[in-house]
Design a protein around this ligand. Structure first.
Ligand code: AMP
Length: 232
């Protein structure tokens, strides 16, 4: 799916937003257009759970409760991934990380230690009603993480991924009760990141209640503007 972009200019971005705001969907499109390496902590943790590693066993219960895995564990898990991308001159797109002020601080230090920086943060702003509708119909590919929706975007072939032919399934934490808990966790622990980034000049608020192609077009406009302005 990911078609490497020819432009080697470094560009490191964050996708921020509540669960169900469309980060995964936008990530798929952005990878294809800009050649980002997708670093999604939720996907990494689900892989650990599937492989029944020590980390997976520890994270499983916390994820099932809609709570957050401890900062120290997440920071250690993501650090090498970020370093690998940045040191290879690639473009990192972080999705679902950072989720706390502590993780944000760690990330900014990590980037600076690597002699790099963040170029933009896209906050996908979505009403609660839309979030619930999206998550209650959401399905993902077990293998590549591609996102589908029961009604709006079902896989072409039953429960088989259009992209990698992996199994498509519902997420165990996409039930009404767990979604409610995840939204509480988001507003208590993740939302403060927006305030912390307000004066950084990096934050782009995107009205993301709209269809995915419209949201994507707006993110692309901003990214292209940033590249032209020489910020990236
Ligand atoms: P996601 O796929 O991004 O919605 O993440 C699924 C679950 O994994 C979350 O509800 C958390 O339990 C856990 N998780 C993912 N990313 C993080 C993170 N950056 N910090 C702590 N927990 C995380």
């Amino acid at each position: 799916m990911s078609q490497a972009h020819n432009d080697p200019t470094p560009m490191n971005i964050l996708l921020l937003g509540p669960p169900g705001s469309g980060k995964g969907t936008q990530a798929e499109r952005l990878i294809e257009k800009y050649g980002f390496t997708h670093l999604a902590t939720g996907d990494m943790l689900r892989a650990e759970v599937r492989e029944d590693t020590e980390l997976g066993r520890m994270a499983h219960e916390i994820m099932a409760q809609g709570k957050l895995v401890h900062d120290e564990i997440i920071n250690q898990m993501i650090r090498n991934h970020i370093a690998r991308v940045v040191q290879a001159g690639g473009r990192a797109m972080l999705d679902g990380y950072p989720r706390t002020l502590g993780q944000l601080e760690f990330l900014l230090n990590c980037m600076s230690d690597l002699g790099s920086e963040l170029h933009a943060v896209f906050f996908l702003d979505v009403s609660r009603e839309t979030l619930l509708e999206r998550m209650l119909g959401r399905m993902i590919c077990r293998n590549c993480g591609a996102v589908y929706h029961q009604r709006n975007k079902p896989p072409r072939n039953d429960m088989t991924c259009d992209i990698c032919q992996g199994d498509v399934e519902r997420r165990v934490d996409d039930t009404k009760e767990k979604i409610e808990q995840r939204l509480i966790t988001y507003s208590e622990q993740t939302e403060p990141i927006l305030g912390a980034l307000e004066s950084s000049g990096l934050l782009y608020r995107i009205q993301a209640d709209r269809d995915a192609p419209e949201v994507f077009a707006e993110i692309c406009r901003e990214l292209d503007r940033i590249a032209v302005a020489g910020k990236a």
